[in-house]
Design a protein around this ligand. Structure first.
Ligand code: HOZ
Length: 424
């Protein structure tokens, strides 16, 4: 069986042949490959090709693929039962750990995906404030939530359809999308709609249209305006949570959101999301309060065991310090290649998250990211893949490092980047 023959078969039974659009390679052309095995920093496809992986299952694989400590924890949990649908002790353990590591979270509820987490934050913000409007930022992607697929990034962006079909315009009208890093637009929006805005949701570091950082002072102003108007500030830390620091980006930025959406790293590779925040808000959730939210598999013992094992291992080995070190190695390699080639492409990195923008102009927003040379990116992507390095199949995604990326991996990657940049 080849990747191509299996993809043809997949397309007969699965829409587009994939279970999530960004996997279909539409933004880079060609066809996806099928993975047969993943371990550490490497993937193997069904044709036996070995790749250094910088997608890391889109973020969760921070220790590397299939780390022994997580696999063993899942095995042990499985022996005791796969799902109970009634409380199990691991749920309490992970809730305690999250509330300890992320001080803005006083209570947390576990769900099965980042999408469920952001969707629940929106409902909770509306329930708490009794208001309808939600503000989001252009290019920020918060999963495929109806209210948030407005000027979104990730697969919604790469397919050229930021607004999905199937979302009633009446609902989309309740979402105001404004540019990121633009304090004037933010102030104007609050001036006009301040008393109607239930919540402002932001990817703590926008990472679904490439990776761009908040300008100094932007989040302080956002926090101030939310407080002034009794609007909830919702940080989507699905990508950054437990990855950029133990307490997520809010720890680094020293900003306390009212609600936080989490996912990816927290599940150790199993389907897990979570959302949490201040007691007075979280206490509105059913069964204590009137905001309904539920899930048969929420708090699933295997998923909780995997997440706990991953988080504890990260802490035990000072994962964040080590990832910063690996990130610095990659960054210095990429910058030296760019320097030698005389290319001023923008390279952004925050710890173990990174993005090479194919533009020489600074990138602070979605509009800036859209200026990238996508033809050059496509050539670069396929060149790297052919040479054994797998980056995300879109300019508008973020690369992820894991603890298993070795100096040899980084050296090979730098060399491949050098050769492939010469092609474009
Ligand atoms: N947030 C991820 C991509 N930016 C999700 C991956 C997916 O949509 O499959």
């Amino acid at each position: 069986m080849t990747n191509s023959s299996l993809f043809a078969e997949a397309k007969r039974f699965i829409p587009g042949g994939v279970n999530s659009p960004v996997r279909a390679f539409r933004n880079v052309g060609g066809e996806p490959f099928f993975v047969s095995r993943a371990k550490g920093s490497h993937l193997w496809d069904i044709e036996g090709r070995e790749l250094i992986d910088y997608v890391g299952t889109w973020g969760p694989a921070i220790l590397g693929h299939a780390p022994d400590v997580v696999v063993e924890a899942v095995r042990e949990a499985a022996m005791a039962g796969l799902s109970f649908g009634i409380p199990n002790p691991l749920e309490v353990e992970i809730a305690r750990l999250i509330c300890t590591w992320v001080p803005s979270v006083e209570k947390v509820r576990m769900v099965n995906s980042g999408t469920e987490a952001t969707m629940s934050c929106i409902r909770l913000a509306r329930g708490f404030t009794g208001r309808k409007l939600i503000v989001k930022f252009e290019g920020c992607y918060h999963g495929h939530v109806d209210s948030l697929l407005v000027k979104a990034g990730s697969g919604a962006l790469t397919h050229g359809a930021p607004d999905s079909a199937g979302i009633p315009p009446e609902l989309a009208q309740l979402t105001i999308a404004i540019p990121f890093n633009d304090p004037e637009r933010l102030a104007e929006t609050f001036q006009k709609f301040g008393q109607e805005i239930a919540g402002v949701i932001v990817e703590a570091v926008p990472a679904n249209a490439g990776l761009f950082l908040p300008r100094p002072g932007f989040y302080e102003e956002l926090r101030r305006l939310c407080d002034q108007h009794d609007t909830l500030l919702i940080f989507d830390e699905v990508m950054t949570g437990f990855r950029v620091a133990k307490g997520g980006y809010q720890e680094l930025a020293k900003i306390k959101p009212d609600l936080t959406a989490m996912g990816k790293v927290i599940g150790g590779g199993l389907p897990v999301g979570a959302f949490g925040g201040r007691n007075e808000i979280m206490n509105l959730l059913s069964p204590d309060g009137p905001v309904y939210q539920a899930g048969t598999l929420s708090g699933n013992p295997l998923a909780m065991a995997a997440g706990l094992a991953q988080l504890r291992e990260l802490e035990r080995v000072d994962g964040w310090g080590k990832l910063e070190h690996i990130g610095q190695q990659l960054e210095s390699g990429v910058r030296s290649v760019l320097g030698q080639l005389g290319r001023d492409y923008q390279f952004h990195r925050l710890g173990s998250m990174f993005c090479l923008f194919f533009t020489e102009k600074p990138v602070w927003s979605f509009a800036d990211a859209l200026q990238c040379d996508l033809t050059a990116f496509r050539k670069f992507f396929h060149g790297c893949l052919q040479r054994g390095v797998y980056f995300a199949p879109s300019q508008f995604e973020t690369g992820f490092l894991c603890l298993m990326h070795s100096a040899a991996d980084v050296d090979k990657t730098t060399d491949v980047i050098d050769r492939c940049l010469r092609l474009v």
